[in-house]
Design a protein around this ligand. Structure first.
Ligand SMILES: Nc1nc2c(ncn2[C@@H]2O[C@H](COP(=O)(O)OP(=O)(O)OP(=O)(O)O)[C@@H](O)[C@H]2O)c(=O)[nH]1
Ligand SMILES: [Mg+2]
Length: 201
C-alpha cells in the first residue's frame, strides 16, 4: 500500500510517518524540503510512505516547488493501492485554509478526493473533547473539506508513540478504502493519469 502524506507546514506529517512505521525515519521537527520515501511492514501490510514538503499559509514556502514535489510523490508510490493522508492539526481552520488545500490537492486531479483520508494530528489538543465536537465547532470550511473526502477521517496524537492502537485503527480504515477503491476502475485510472501527465509535463 502506498501512502502519501500531504498538508501544510508543521502540520505533523513527518511525525505521523514515524508514528505509523513505529520508528524514527523522517526528520520530524525539521522542515521537509523534498519528498522522502520509506518502507515498512505494519500490521501485516507492506507500506511505502512518502513524506512531502508542507505548503505555507503565509506564502513562506516556494509554492512551485511544493506543487512539483506533490506531483513527484505520486511517481514514488508503488503500483497497487495508493492513498493520500491529508494531515490537518487540531487547530483553527479558516476558509483560506480550505482554499489552499483545494489548490494543492487539485494538482493531483479530481480523483484525489476519493482516495484521501483526513488525518487529524495534535489529537492531544482535544483535551477530552470529541473530534466530532471539534469538527462541528470549527465550522464550514473544515466541514467542506471533509465532505470532499467522503467524511473519512481519523485522529492521532503523534507524541503518544506507545499507543499503537491509533495506528491499527488507521490501518483498518485504509484497508477498507483500498478494498473499496479496488472495485472502481478509476483507482488505477487516477494513478496512471497523474503519472502520465507528469511524464508528459
Ligand atoms: N503535541 C503534539 N505535537 C505534535 C504532534 N504532531 C507533530 N507534533 C510536533 O509538531 C512539530 C512539527 O512536526 P513535523 O512532523 O516536523 O511537521 P511537518 O508537517 O513534517 O513539518 P514540515 O516538514 O515543516 O512541513 C514537531 O515539533 C512535532 O513534535 C501531535 O500529534 N501532538
Ligand atoms: Mg516534515
Amino acid at each position: 500500500m502506498g501512502l502519501v502524506l500531504l498538508g501544510r507546514r508543521r502540520a505533523g506529517k513527518s511525525s505521523l510517518g514515524d508514528l505509523i512505521l513505529g520508528r524514527s525515519e523522517f526528520e520530524r521537527g525539521k522542515k521537509t524540503t523534498r519528498c522522502v520515501k520509506r518502507f515498512g511492514w505494519v500490521d501485516g501490510v507492506r507500506l511505502a510512505l512518502v513524506d512531502t514538503p508542507g505548503w505555507s499559509r503565509f506564502g513562506l514556502a516556494d509554492a512551485r516547488l511544493v506543487k512539483q514535489e506533490i506531483l513527484r510523490s505520486v511517481m514514488l508510490t508503488p503500483f497497487g493501492c495508493n492513498l493520500f493522508l491529508l494531515v490537518i492539526p487540531v487547530d483553527s481552520f479558516s476558509k483560506r485554509d480550505g482554499r489552499i488545500i483545494e489548490k494543492y490537492l487539485g494538482v493531483l486531479g479530481d480523483m484525489v478526493w476519493s482516495h484521501t483520508l483526513v488525518l487529524f494530528t495534535w489529537g492531544d489538543e482535544l483535551i477530552g473533547r470529541s473530534i466530532e465536537k471539534h469538527i462541528q465547532k470549527t465550522g464550514e470550511a473544515l466541514q467542506g473539506i471533509l465532505r470532499k473526502c467522503g467524511h473519512r477521517y481519523h485522529v492521532v496524537n503523534s507524541k503518544c508513540t506507545e499507543d499503537f492502537t491509533q495506528v491499527t485503527e488507521l490501518l483498518n480504515i485504509l484497508k477498507q478504502m483500498c478494498a473499496r477503491t479496488a472495485l472502481t476502475p478509476a483507482n488505477t485510472a487516477s494513478n496512471t493519469s497523474v503519472k502520465h501527465n507528469l511524464r508528459l509535463g
